[in-house]
Design a protein around this ligand. Structure first.
Ligand code: G3I
Length: 318
């Protein structure tokens, strides 16, 4: 049985996992990550509050550790996330900024961060979660002061700072066909027509075990996005299930993973899939969704779950 990264590589698919630097101290975490995955995304440590804790004081120590780890182990890195409305530093949240001041702050942040990692980070989540489920621009500190142009500016500044990095828009509940994914599609189309440097789009895929994956609607969305010339990433896959010892939940979960992998294997435009963690030992789910957990492909002892075998089978046959 071949590790996932070799199987995925045969069809030019990257397979990654989100992590924190602290997890690398856990030998089984590190082993499993290196054995199975070809890409990493920092789960938190490249967010604004960690990279620029005080105005104009940047802290790249954790991010650098992750990048060094990736280089040593021949993995790519997806930086996450330059512009978001969550996990911003207190100085930024509490300041009262004029339009020009906020514009300067964002430009400085993006150019300093992307410039620091120039040539070392393959992909950036430039803008994360800019739309509400109702299809309107989300009312964030960026949108309120800068208007919708902040999105376009962010991509242009990131591109100036590293012309080779592949720049992505990332959001959740956007995998299928719905009001929100329509809004994302239309906005990206507008940006591309204006010549804004945007190369791809990520859909997060934090799923639950009891909701089926609607293949047909996801397929239609992938097709319209690829017609824009965009690469597509499945960026934050996890499938949470209820806390219990019920094995049928693990089978349902495996089926969700299987469907997603089939879509990724079928569409060449999907060139990276990332799970939001490696093992159930470390996952954001239990603290955010009471009564739910076990969302990843490896259990707390790093044993592969049915989801792992399902992904492996699909990749084997692809
Ligand atoms: O950094 C502090 C630490 O100093 C403190 O000791 C500790 C005690 O609670 O908290 C730490 O901060 C936590 C941080 O994760 C780092 O561990 C925050 O409380 C916690 O809220 C934060 O959660 C993260 C969440 O984003 C924030 O909204 C999750 O780990 C992370 O998985 C999650 O990731 C997001 C993606 O970035 C975007 N898409 C959705 C996804 C899930 O919400």
């Amino acid at each position: 049985d071949m590790p996932l990264k070799y199987l995925a590589n045969q069809i030019n698919l990257g397979i990654g996992a989100a992590l924190e630097t602290a997890h690398l101290q856990d030998p089984l975490f590190k082993q499993t990550l290196i054995r199975e995955f070809s890409q990493i995304t920092p789960e938190n440590e490249m967010k604004f509050m960690y990279l620029q804790p005080e105005q104009n004081r940047f802290d790249f120590s954790k991010g650098d550790q992750l990048v060094d780890f990736a280089v040593e182990n021949d993995m790519t890195v997806k930086g996450h996330a330059l512009v978001w409305h969550i996990q911003n530093p207190q100085w930024l949240e509490e300041g009262e900024w004029s339009k020009q001041e906020l514009k300067d702050i964002l430009e400085n942040h993006i150019k300093t961060v992307v410039g620091h990692y120039r040539g070392k980070i393959a992909y950036w989540d430039v803008v994360n979660e800019a739309f509400d489920d109702n299809g309107l621009f989300r009312d964030t500190l960026w949108y309120r002061t800068l208007g919708e142009e902040y999105i376009e500016m962010a991509f242009r500044w990131a591109h100036e700072a590293d012309p080779d990095a592949l720049l992505h828009y990332n959001d959740y509940s956007t995998e299928g066909m719905n009001t929100k994914s329509n809004a994302v599609y239309r906005h990206l189309k507008t940006l591309i027509e204006k010549g804004v440097p945007i190369h791809g789009v990520g859909t997060q895929l934090h799923l639950t075990g009891d909701h089926p994956v609607n293949d047909a609607r996801i397929a239609r969305n992938i097709e319209r996005l690829s017609e824009l010339g965009l690469d597509i990433h499945f960026t934050e896959i996890d499938v949470r299930i209820r806390d219990s010892n019920d094995d049928s939940d693990l089978q349902d979960q495996a089926q969700r993973y299987e469907r997603l992998t089939q879509l990724a294997a079928y569409y060449p435009e999907v060139d990276l899939i990332t799970t939001w963690g490696v093992s159930d030992k470390y996952s954001w789910i239990p603290s955010w969704f009471k009564g739910y957990g076990r969302a990843l492909m490896f259990d707390e002892s790093y044993q592969p779950k049915p989801a792992y075998h399902a992904v492996q089978n699909v990749l084997n046959e692809a």
